[in-house]
Design a protein around this ligand. Structure first.
Ligand SMILES: Cc1cc2nc3c(=O)[nH]c(=O)nc-3n(C[C@H](O)[C@H](O)[C@H](O)COP(=O)(O)OP(=O)(O)OC[C@H]3O[C@@H](n4cnc5c(N)ncnc54)[C@H](O)[C@@H]3O)c2cc1C
Length: 411
């Protein structure tokens, strides 16, 4: 096979898949590229969906690419088409439209889909929403405009974004989570309280340690929910943030190794030659911590897309980066850098909570592994974040506890 007729197929046109397509075109001008998605849109910005939900920006501001962009680069974008199977021996991709697309190199960049609410009363009841796609967002907005009460459910980032959207639109909002505080995979009770206080300032009623037991619909819409602890909570709509399941189902008949995600090395190659994975769905080897992990952040997915595009076109670049998630939460910022895992016994955390601006609080938590800083979580003032990211990147030893404490004050 000559280089000019190399055939690339990419599953998923999120930021990882679309960046990979763009990079492939730049590195291999004569190849063919098929970019597949079950959604109807060219690339849009998922990170902007919360601001669209709040009504702060309009739909056009969410879009990043249009169909013409793909045509100009001779990238064949195939929308509303679900990949259902792969044949790695024959190197073909099977879709629900009956296509059998041959490939020389394949990229799995399929991200994840939201876990639905599964309790009695959900089936057949309208206005119970996940929040991952542009279409989800449009439907939620339409319902919010005719609603008075809303319920955000779950302890994830998505539940927070939903709660934020409901409260900013002045709905009477309750936020229920099963755990004792929000984001318990990273935070501690003190940090959880900082978050609660921010939500309460926006009029949200925060309920911990409880779950939806059942939804009690009235005329096909969720009148109210009953929780495990017996509370009755009114809700014209329910927003569900119960985490995501990574999209690997279509790989089940293949020898491609999967755990939570698709297992790849630092070059984003799977165990099957010619098959790569990138973005949220990739469970990649991270040389900075010496472990495989998944990372659900925009910057990580974009950087993966660039590296994998280079490698699929014949390059050999490892992915080495410190992933960072930044998001506005109501009117404060939150940043999660590197490995910020509260329940990881290998990590030693230290934290500080102090008064911040506009009556809010600042909270900073640092995670050390052996004598190195490996993770950072910041709520409120972002001052010092860039320096902390550099320290994580450089892996410089920080032996003394006084030095560690000083990082809690770094500006
Ligand atoms: C509401 C929301 C807010 C967020 N906010 C932030 C933030 O503030 N900061 C941050 O860093 N990150 C944020 N994220 C996470 C960030 O958006 C993701 O990490 C990033 O978009 C992942 O990109 P990706 O290309 O890997 O996957 P995705 O964007 O998930 O794209 C994958 C695409 O593949 C499609 N697909 C899946 N399976 C198939 C199949 N079998 N056949 C065809 N197509 C398929 C999917 O439908 C999807 O269109 C947020 C996410 C959401 C949902």
């Amino acid at each position: 096979m000559t280089t000019h007729d190399k055939r690339y197929v990419i599953i998923g046109n999120g930021i990882a898949g679309t960046t990979a397509a763009d990079t492939l075109r730049k590195n291999d001008p004569n190849c063919s590229i098929h970019l597949l998605t079950n959604e109807p849109y060219p690339l849009y910005n998922r990170v902007s969906l919360p601001r669209f939900l709040q009504g702060v920006i309009v739909e056009q501001k969410v879009m990043i690419r249009d169909f013409a962009w793909h045509e100009q680069r001779n990238i064949r974008l195939i929308t509303e088409t679900l990949v259902t199977d792969l044949n790695t021996e024959e190197r073909t991709v099977v879709t629900d439209k009956g296509q059998n697309l041959p490939y020389d190199a394949l990229l799995v960049a399929s991200g994840g889909w939201a876990n639905p609410l599964r309790v009695p009363g959900v089936e057949g009841t309208k206005h119970i929403y996940n929040f991952v796609t542009l279409d989800d967002t449009k439907t939620i907005i339409a319902r919010m405009l005719e609603s008075r009460t809303a319920l955000a459910y779950g302890g994830s980032f998505i539940s927070y974004e939903l709660c934020d959207g409901f409260a900013v639109r002045k709905l009477d909002t309750t936020w229920i989570m099963r755990g004792p505080f929000w984001l318990r995979s990273c935070l501690d009770p003190d940090g959880g309280e900082v978050i609660d206080n921010i939500a309460k300032k926006f009029g949200v009623e925060v309920v911990h340690g409880d779950e939806i037991d059942r939804v009690v619909p009235q005329n096909g819409v969720p009148g109210y929910v009953i929780t495990k602890k017996g509370r009755h909570i009114q809700a014209d709509l329910i927003g569900v943030g119960l985490g995501i399941t990574l999209n690997t189902q279509f790989l089940k008949h293949t020898p491609i190794e999967t755990r939570n995600g698709v297992v790849v090395n630092e070059y984003l190659e799977t165990n099957v030659p010619g098959v790569y994975a990138a973005g949220d769905v990739a469970e990649f080897f991270d040389p900075t911590i010496g472990l495989h992990h998944t990372m659900g952040t925009w910057d990580n997915a974009m950087a993966h897309g660039r590296i994998v595009g280079i490698n699929m076109a014949g390059g050999h670049e490892p992915y080495v980066d410190v992933p960072t998630y930044t998001s506005p939460l109501f009117d404060v910022n939150i940043a999660v850098v590197g490995t910020a895992e509260a329940n990881n016994p290998e990590l030693e955390p230290i934290a500080r909570r102090e008064p911040g601006e506009k009556g809010n609080e600042n909270y900073r938590k640092l995670f050390f592994r052996e004598n190195k800083l490996v993770g950072v979580l910041m709520i409120g003032s972002p001052k010092g974040r860039k320096k902390l990211v550099e320290i994580v990147k450089n892996q410089q030893p920080i032996e003394r506890s006084a030095e560690r404490e000083a990082l809690l004050e770094l500006k």
